[in-house]
Design a protein around this ligand. Structure first.
Ligand code: URA
Length: 307
């Protein structure tokens, strides 16, 4: 192996960083985007377990999976790269015929046993069966006022959130704060969390299995917070919370019912664009503003004294 001069080593590290390599996970490089794609394809294949037998009904496989429409990229995430010769997806640590079902069962048990938000945070933190837990620096749980009745759900933490362990503290968090301020909300009058509590390496899209593993914790999180209204940010959050497959462009701006298991099922959910997407596509801020006004109108309706 050639020995690099210190200057060349620094230049190489800069080059890696520019290319998006910001976390070292294994000794040899893996194409995580390709793994996500292969995983999605495997779960969509007829030989895999059917959606009806899926441990998390409507999410971990089949047409109602949390994966985005293939026609529409998920705002806030890079497009997957395509390459030949994909490496095998690391197996989940379950022991039965369907390891995902085993691990989802233990996730449901662990999440279901949590009686408070700190309990749930501790349970998540201990859940090393999810591969994302092993590569993340911190479990990014929630921030804000869980008694506010308003819950904002994003997709997954980025590098800043992973470092600090707090949702939406990076550049998209700044835009989110401005969006919330525009309808009179802030972190004392709303509660903020994510579908996925751990940063996917390189900000890749989480696989359908990873989403399925995190869903019991998200359902319990929603049950413990019991929001009266939910704002879903971006395609992944909208698809997961509403159990729909359409892209965010179709889902945004319309109210739907929260479609996760648990007592909070049926809570009104409004989807809008993810702030990271709006940073890249400012012409869509106009539509996001309409969504926010719609959200504010429903908030006011809730606040209004009854007849
Ligand atoms: N994007 C998200 O979806 N969530 C965060 O916490 C940060 C960025």
């Amino acid at each position: 192996m050639p020995v690099l001069s210190p200057a060349d080593a620094v230049a190489l590290l800069h080059w890696y960083r520019e290319a998006g390599v910001d976390v070292l996970v294994e000794d040899t490089p893996q194409d995580s985007f390709l793994l996500s794609e292969r995983h999605a394809a495997e779960r969509a294949a007829p030989s895999r377990s059917s959606p009806a037998s899926s441990p998390v009904s409507g999410l971990a496989g089949g047409p109602r999976a949390g994966a985005p429409s293939r026609r529409e990229p998920v705002p806030g995430r890079s497009a997957p790269a395509r390459a030949a010769g994909a490496p095998a997806v690391p197996p989940l640590p379950g022991s039965g015929a369907d390891p995902l079902a085993d691990v989802c069962r233990s996730a449901r048990e662990l999440a279901g046993a949590a009686r408070t938000l700190p309990d749930l945070q501790a349970a998540l933190d201990s859940f090393s069966a999810c591969p994302l837990r092993r590569t993340a620096t911190n479990t990014v749980f929630g921030v804000g006022n869980p008694q506010s009745g308003i819950m904002i759900v994003g997709e997954a933490p980025g590098a800043d959130e992973d470092r600090q362990g707090i949702p939406f503290v990076g550049v998209s968090g700044k835009l989110l704060d401005a969006m919330l301020a525009s309808i009179g909300l802030d972190r004392s009058s709303a509660y903020i969390s994510n579908v996925i509590p751990w940063r996917p390496p390189g900000n890749r899209r989480p696989t359908a299995d990873e989403i399925a593993l995190c869903l019991p914790f998200l359902s319990r999180h929603l049950d413990l917070v019991r929001p009266r209204l939910v704002l879903a940010l971006g395609g992944l959050a909208a698809q997961t919370l509403l159990s729909r497959t359409e892209g965010i462009t179709r889902l945004r701006g319309r109210w739907g019912d929260l479609a996760v298991q648990g007592e909070s099922a049926g809570t009104p959910v409004l989807a809008t664009f993810h702030p990271a997407y709006l940073l890249r596509t400012p012409e869509h801020k106009r539509l996001a503003w309409r969504d926010l006004l719609e959200f504010r109108a429903r908030m006011r309706h809730l606040e209004a004294p009854g007849p």
